[in-house]
Each structure stands twice: as C-alpha cells, then as structure tokens.
Design a protein around this ligand. Structure first.
Ligand code: F6R
Length: 609
C-alpha cells in the first residue's frame, strides 16, 4: 500500500510527480504529497483526501524544480490528514522522505529522538526516518541512508532527497516493491512501473536490501548493508500505455470487466499445443515431481483466495490429489502440515501481498516447493517462488479485482490438465473435450457481456437495500463468495454468501419480506436441490435473482428475475457466472454514486500484514 514516485532530471518535476501519483493512486488514496528541490531549497505540499485535492493546492501554489519525490497514502499509523501525509521532513526541513511499508521499531526510535529534543508533527511511523536521517547525517547521504537502514526494522521502500546533496535521490527497498525507471538524462523511482512507462520502458527492479543512488545521468545499485555493488538486469517493459488508461469506459472496473474475453485468450495463448496438450513455457515441474505430490495447499487472500476455491475443485476432480485451501493470513500462524511432498500454490494478482508472500516463505522453510500464479511476473512473489505461472491479464487498476480472477481460474484449469498429463490420469478424448470447453470461454464471456443491461435494472433495484444474500452449491458457492465480496467492497451494502443448503441452519432467520437473494444455479446435478433452497427463501418473502445456464427455462417458476449464461461444463461455469455478479456490483455502486475504482478504506496492493 501507498505509492511512491521520484524524479531527477532536467524537466519540471511537479507534473511528472502528479501524473505518476495518479497511476499509483490505486495503492492508497487517503492523502498525497510531493517534495521538490529548487536551487537547493526543499519545499513540500500535501493534502488530505484524493490526489485532486493536492492538485488544487499545487495549482494555487506550484512547486518549481527538477528533482522531487511524491507519495499517495493508505493510512496505517495515524488517520488521513495533512499532517500525516508524506513526504515527511526533519525539523530543519532539509531532509524529505517518502515511505511505503511499516517501521516496526518506530516507537523506540521516536522516544530516543524525542529525548534529543526532536518535536514530532505527525502520528506516522515514517516521520522517524526523516528525523533519524538528520540525526545521523555525516556529510554523506549514501552513508547516512546505510546507517539508517541499520537502525530501522520492518518492511519498507523509501525515497530520500536532501538540500545538502541536491544532485541525487536515494532509494531503498526492503520487502516493499520499488522500481527504477532509466531514462535519457533523467531517472525515476516508483512503487510500480505503471507510474514510469509513459517516460521510459527501461526499468530495474530492486531486490530486498538494495540501495540505489540516482542522479540525472547515473543509477548505482548496491547492497545497503555492505555497500557492495549489486548487478540488476535492465528490463524492457512491453505494456501498452493505453492499458493503464480508461479509454471509452467511465471506470477502470468496467473496462477490466469488458477486457475479460481478451485476457482469458491471452492467458491461454501459447499454452495449448496443436494436440491440445497443455504446456507452460519455462515451467520446470518434472513429471516425477508431480507424481510424487501427496498434497497441495492453495494459499491466497480475498478474490485470489476465491479463485483458489475453484482451483481446488478443478485439481481434485481431474487429478484426485487432495487439495486444501487456506487464507494466507491464517496459514502461516496455524502450524500447517507441510512437507517436502506438499506443493503450495500461492495466488496473487499483484504478487506483493504481504500475507501471501509470508505464506510462501513459511512453506519453503518447511521444505515445500511453491508455485505462484500471479499477474506481475516481476513481483516479489514471482521472484521468490520456485515455479511461476503468469496470468496474462495486463495491469489491473480498479481496486476490485475482476479480470485477474477469471485469468486465475484459467491458470488453474490449465494447471489441473497439466498435472493430469504428468500423472497420465486423463485420456486423450477427455483432455480434448476439456480444452475445447476452455477455448469456448472467451466467446461465451463476450455473450454474457452483450447482455449486461439485463442485470443493470436488478442492480439499480438493490441500491437501497441494507443486506443481501448470495447462495449456491458446490462451485456456485465459490462464485457466490466472490460475488458477495465484490458487492461489499464497492457498494458498501452488507452481503453474505452461503452454501445454499446451509442457510436453514441459522441465517435463514435474516431473510424477510423483500430481502434480495442472488441464487447461482449452474450445477446441473445439484439443480433440484438448489431450487428447493430457493423455495425456502421465497417462502420467507425473498426477492430472488437466479443466475443459470441457458435452457433452464423452468427456473423462471422459482425466481423473480433471471439472468442466463451460456451452457458450459460444470468446472468452467464459474468464469461465466461471475461476470453478471461483477456487473451487478458495478451498476449498484454506480447507482449509489460511489467512487467505484477507489472504494473507501481499501487499497489495491496490500503490502502490510
Ligand atoms: C478484491 C480484491 C482483494 C485481493 C486481495 C489479494 O476485489 O482485489 O480481495 O484479491 O487483496 O490481492 P492479490 O491478488 O494482489 O494478492
């Protein structure tokens, strides 16, 4: 969480920083600020709330200069306010710091500094860095930052500038992402390459413990602890700049929902051979290793966890390898039974989620191999995992995840087939049927999207409801969980997902006249059972929207409204069933006038525990 950007070069820095922050706002949007060095004088502007508030301040009092740092915040220590916004400065105003992460020993450092007469102006952990820099400064910024790193504990990426040495910008990475953009006579730092690709396609990804000294002409990377040079590969980014723009869509979320036919195709591209064999380029899982797997754990957070629930079903059904799913923040603290015969699959769109990364490291410590399914091939999770399957969804900007989820499902389906090939548990015909079904999905999603207006009226009708239920059995339940999360996070309407048969064991008491219930009925073999559960809620006055496969016309008799999705095999139906739920969340929030791409209290990349 929090986004950092920095620039050093010959151009006016303010618009570059503000534009960079606009690309990083998804990481946090409680407040924003920039610090600029002009003729060896540091000046700072900050504003609580969205970046637009900062821009307004800057319009009135612009900052001039060609070196600067900026920050967009997701509050951890201290609420959103001007005072708690970054950049933070020391008492003399000569050092300015932006920080993403948490300084765990900040209280201890704060007391020490206060004992020396330092007066703190914010409640943040970050402010200690600025004061400590001033306290430790010995005439050499790099040496001082290295000394600072020896004093602070926790997860951080930091950018520092100072009036004392106005020709450089120093950046450090420790367990929080940071990239350096290498330009011509100008260089950049950013939490995510999205903030720099308009200016340069050449980036260095810093690794944990790296310190970078950046001037307009040069980038020097070393290990912060020893000062030894660190060789990092210069990477060329091939993202399309348009991908990080909204284009014709009102919101990134709607754009990303509509991109799904393409992102599903891209995630399959090159992975289905002529003979319908699944291959993953560069994945070195040997058949012998796969044959020896005794158990699989799928570990993730939020939407990625929900993808894992579908992944479990796919792997168990096709390979018969037992799979356990776990929420990453729980997994690492519950002494999981993980051995060298366990494969742990972590799923993460961003590849930076702190809990998921910690689960990965804990699994490796226990001797397991870890396979990552991630959308960011250069992320911490991708780099630490033993094996990586990239999803090819392109940058996902809206906080509510949509296209990353469906791409994760594709990755799981392909992986399950791949395991079967290694184990020899699927005959050719079964494999061909599965692959045919997979290939049909992008077109089928297009069809669902063509009927988006069908769910729009329903979405508008629930906007004033206090509470709502999603019900389903089997994989429909997994999709119900995702639909419920999506609705909560952007509409702020309370909702719960239930395994349809479980409702009567307590929660049915909450259903009353007019309670909206979204019932997923795509499991043909569980069809009658789910219909019985629908009747139970209808009998208590619920207003039911059914989501079902085309052809199930008789569901009309059991529900009030209906949304048809194309018929697909049970395993693949979640990809189709989730799309109307994504649209319902979107249109409900739109009707409520919410900030859809940046819902309250949330951030896209959760890099704190
Ligand atoms: C919900 C959402 C979150 C993320 C979760 C994990 O729409 O986006 O629940 O799925 O924070 O994030 P990643 O996948 O980046 O690890």
């Amino acid at each position: 969480m929090c986004g950092i950007v920095g620039y050093i070069g010959n151009r006016e820095v303010q618009p570059i920083l503000v534009d960079g922050l606009s690309k990083l706002e998804y990481r946090g949007y409680d407040s924003a600020g920039i610090a600029v060095l002009e003729r060896e004088r540091l000046d700072v502007r900050k504003a609580e709330g969205r970046l637009a508030n900062l821009s307004e301040k800057l319009d009135k009092r612009p900052l001039k200069g060609t070196i600067g740092i900026g920050h967009t915040r997701w509050a951890t220590h201290g609420g959103p306010s001007d005072a708690n916004s970054h950049p933070h400065t020391d008492m003399s105003g000569k050092f300015s710091v932006v920080h993403n992460g948490i300084i765990e020993n900040y209280m201890e450092l704060k007391e020490e500094l206060m004992g020396k007469g330092v007066v703190f102006r914010s409640e943040t952990d970050t402010e200690v860095i600025a004061h400590l820099m001033a306290d430790l400064y010995d005439g050499d910024l790099v040496r001082t930052v290295r000394a600072l790193i020896g004093r602070i504990q926790g997860a951080f990426s930091i950018g520092v500038i100072t009036e004392h040495e106005p020709d450089k910008l120093v950046a450090v990475r420790q367990a929080s992402p940071l990239v350096i953009g290498a330009g011509q006579g100008e260089n950049f730092i950013a939490s995510d390459m999205a903030a720099v690709i308009e200016h340069t396609r050449d980036v260095y990804i810093l690794e944990d413990g790296d310190l970078a000294v950046i001037t307009a002409e040069e980038i020097t990377i070393m290990k912060a602890e020893t000062g030894a040079p660190a060789q990092r590969k210069k990477l060329r980014v091939h993202w399309d700049v348009e991908q990080v723009k909204k284009g014709q869509f009102e919101h990134f979320m709607l754009k990303e929902i509509h991109e799904q036919p393409l992102t599903l195709r891209n995630t399959m591209l090159g992975r289905l051979g002529r003979d319908d064999q699944v291959t993953f380029e560069g994945l070195e899982l040997t058949d012998k290793y796969v044959q020896g797997i005794e158990k699989i754990f799928i570990v993730a957070c939020g939407t990625a966890y929900h993808a894992g629930l579908v992944g479990k079903a796919a792997i168990e059904k096709l390979t018969r390898i037992p799979v356990e799913t776990d929420i990453a923040s729980e997994f690492r603290y519950r002494d999981p039974i993980v051995t060298d015969k366990t494969l742990v699959i972590v799923v993460s769109q961003s590849g930076e989620t702190a809990d998921t990364l910690a689960a990965l490291q804990e699994s490796q410590r226990r001797g397991a191999k870890v396979l990552a399914i991630t959308n960011v091939a250069t992320s911490s999770i991708a780099r630490d995992a033993d094996y990586v399957i990239p999803t090819v969804a392109g940058p996902e900007i809206a906080v509510a995840s949509t296209k990353a989820y469906t791409a994760q499902l594709i990755a799981f389906y392909l992986l399950a087939i791949y395991f079967c090939q290694a184990k020899g548990t699927l005959d050719d015909q079964e494999r061909r049927d599965l692959v045919r079904g997979l290939k049909e999905l992008p077109l089928q999603v297009e069809k669902v999207l063509e009927n988006a207006d069908e769910v729009r009226c329903f979405a508008e009708s629930i906007k004033d409801q206090k509470s709502l239920f999603f019900i389903g059995r089997g994989l429909d339940y997994a999709v119900a969980l995702e639909g419920s999360l999506k609705l909560k996070e952007i509409s702020y309407i309370h909702s719960e997902a239930y395994a349809a048969g479980e409702l009567k064991h307590g929660s049915l008491a909450l259903v009353e006249e007019g309670t909206p219930v979204i019932a997923l009925v795509t499991h043909q073999e569980l069809y009658e059972k789910t219909v019985s559960n629908i009747k139970e809620v209808k009998a208590r006055g619920a207003h039911v929207m059914g989501v079902t496969g085309e052809g199930n016309m008789d569901l009309f008799n059991a529900v009030d409204e209906i949304c048809f999705i194309p018929q697909a095999s049970q395993l693949f139906a979640p990809i189709l069933a989730v799309v109307p739920l994504q649209l319902i969340s979107y249109y409900t929030s739109l009707a409520l006038g919410n900030d859809i791409d940046k819902p309250r209290n949330l951030a896209k990349s959760v890099t704190v525990e």
